[in-house]
Design a protein around this ligand. Structure first.
Ligand code: 13P
Ligand code: SF4
Length: 302
């Protein structure tokens, strides 16, 4: 393993490549990355870095978003089969129907979506910027796709908007049941629950903090408590424990995203050697999809 890590570092330097990793990938991959973060941080970082090549260690929509925002950079995906199933849960034909049905409508799409969907929508959001973006959007009606759980959580925070919800979900978070969380809250009385908004609304409503992967890690790090209940994917434990070696984290229960964890160090090395696989988006789709991502960056910085 050490040899592979050395080879990755050497080759990345030779090729002027930067390695980005999401908090859900294996700890060994997070350790070799130049930057680790939530999906919004990684999208911004992909645009900021000057390196010609980005190795994107995350599910494919993340690399695809980097390719949309950076047509002059090469985006390498160590495992092209690491796809987020939620990104496929969009009925693209519904988008046009909604536009015909509602005046004053914004089609808002979670970044966990394919380029072919981003091409059709007004703005993308991530869990760390969605609230701000929705409050900044002038439209009253919001068609929120694909994540019904994030959408329901947002609808509760922004009651002045009228939400029409997509029916997608993340199976990793959706399978966390409120009754089980209640049992654990009973067992660990007084211990704060930190939840990702991809969890069902009834789980989020039990939480002391709801936020993105970065948000959860930052909250647990800055809070003086020594013990936490965590409702998100298991990969965050690596950074939680790294920043907080003296704290204890109980998952409710521990759930893994098999697509994120497919990525291996060998694959990172192989993609650098072969300069493939790459995230490829046709220029026709890219130009339209870029508008939705640019709008995200614009509305998130207002
Ligand atoms: P964030 O890192 O933006 O919280 O997203 C979590 C996720 O499920 C990515 O697929
Ligand atoms: Fe998709 Fe859920 Fe995995 Fe995130 S954790 S990549 S939303 S399946």
């Amino acid at each position: 393993m050490e040899k592979t890590v050395e080879e990755i570092k050497k080759l990345a330097k030779e090729k002027d490549a930067v390695i980005l990793a999401h908090y859900y990938v294996d700890g060994a991959i997070q350790e070799i990355a130049d930057y680790v973060g939530d999906s919004f941080f990684l999208a911004k970082k992909a645009k900021e870095v000057e390196n010609k090549t980005i190795v994107f260690c995350g599910v494919t929509f993340m690399g695809e978003s980097a390719a949309i925002l950076n047509p002059d950079k090469t985006i390498l995906l160590p495992n092209i089969t690491s796809r987020c199933p939620m990104a496929e849960m969009v009925d693209e034909e519904e988008i046009e129907k909604m536009r015909e049905q509602y005046d004053d409508l914004a089609v808002v799409c979670y970044i966990n979506s394919n380029a072919s969907t981003k091409e059709l929508v007004d703005v993308c959001v991530t869990s760390s910027n969605a609230l701000k973006i929705l409050k900044n959007l002038p439209q009253k009606n919001i068609y929120f796709i694909p994540d019904q759980n994030l959408g329901s959580w947002l609808a509760k925070q922004v009651p002045e908007k009228n939400f029409i919800m997509g029916s997608g979900f993340c199976h990793v978070h959706h399978s966390i049941e409120a009754d089980y969380v209640k049992e654990l809250k009973e067992k660990y009385k007084g211990v704060k629950l930190l939840a990702h908004p991809e969890c069902k609304l009834e789980v989020c409503e039990l939480a002391d903090y709801v936020g993105s992967t970065s948000g959860i890690i930052d909250f647990a790090t800055s809070c003086e408590d020594k013990e936490f209940l965590i409702a998100t994917e298991a990969g965050v434990l690596h950074e939680l424990q790294k920043r907080n070696p003296d704290k204890v984290f109980h998952f409710v229960p521990k759930r893994s995203c098999m697509n994120m964890h497919k990525i291996t160090l060998d694959q990172v090395l192989e993609c650098l050697q072969a300069n493939a696989p790459q995230a490829v988006v046709s220029e026709k789709v890219r130009v339209k999809a870029e508008k939705a991502l640019d709008n995200m960056l614009k509305y998130a910085s207002l």
